[in-house]
Design a protein. Structure first.
Length: 153
């Protein structure tokens, strides 16, 4: 079902979501991730790309007064993500299109490691990419899809 409701998202979260299998900064954060991903997958809303706190950051312990305490680092990842995905000029884009674009232009092209250079979760995501490049891409995507495909409590 398509929704006319829009969701604010930092560009790099369109990558993180595709590797989310339940890890996060706190229980509240993990639950928030699950709810946001469930909504995106069920409703395919327009995503408004933002350079500030988004719908996921609101439950993050690293957000202070709507600003990420690692803003410089995160902004740099956002910037690299937008350039690599070719979505620098996009203001609003359907979730399904954003997910597909990032998947094709970053994840499947082996650019994740460079873009996410200094992220603390990098090992989890690059390990998944290694599995992807070994030919089992559908297994990893299915694992992620199975997890966030369940309706959150
Ligand atoms: S390495 Fe970090 S920024 Fe990159 S996709 Fe994974 S969690 Fe997101
Ligand atoms: S670390 Fe920063 S960008 Fe990432 S979810 Fe938390 S507040 Fe948002």
């Amino acid at each position: 079902m398509k929704s006319d409701i829009s969701v604010k998202l930092r560009p790099h979260h369109s990558m993180c979501i595709q590797f989310f299998v339940g890890n996060g900064y706190s229980n509240e954060f993990v639950e928030r991730m699950r709810k946001v991903i469930y909504f995106l997958e069920q409703n395919d809303p327009f995503v408004i790309l933002v350079e500030s706190s988004d719908v996921i950051c609101t439950e993050c312990p690293h957000e202070r007064n709507e600003i990420c305490e690692n803003e410089d680092k995160v902004a740099a990842i956002d910037c690299r993500c937008k350039i690599a995905a070719g979505i620098g000029d996009a203001k609003a884009i359907r979730w399904s299109e954003l997910k597909k674009t990032v998947n094709e232009r970053i994840i499947r092209c082996g650019k994740l490691s460079e873009i996410c250079n200094d992220c603390c979760w990098k090992k989890i995501c690059t390990d998944a990419v290694t599995i992807l490049s070994s030919g089992n891409i559908e297994d990893v995507l299915q694992k992620s899809s199975d997890f966030y495909g369940e309706e959150p409590h």
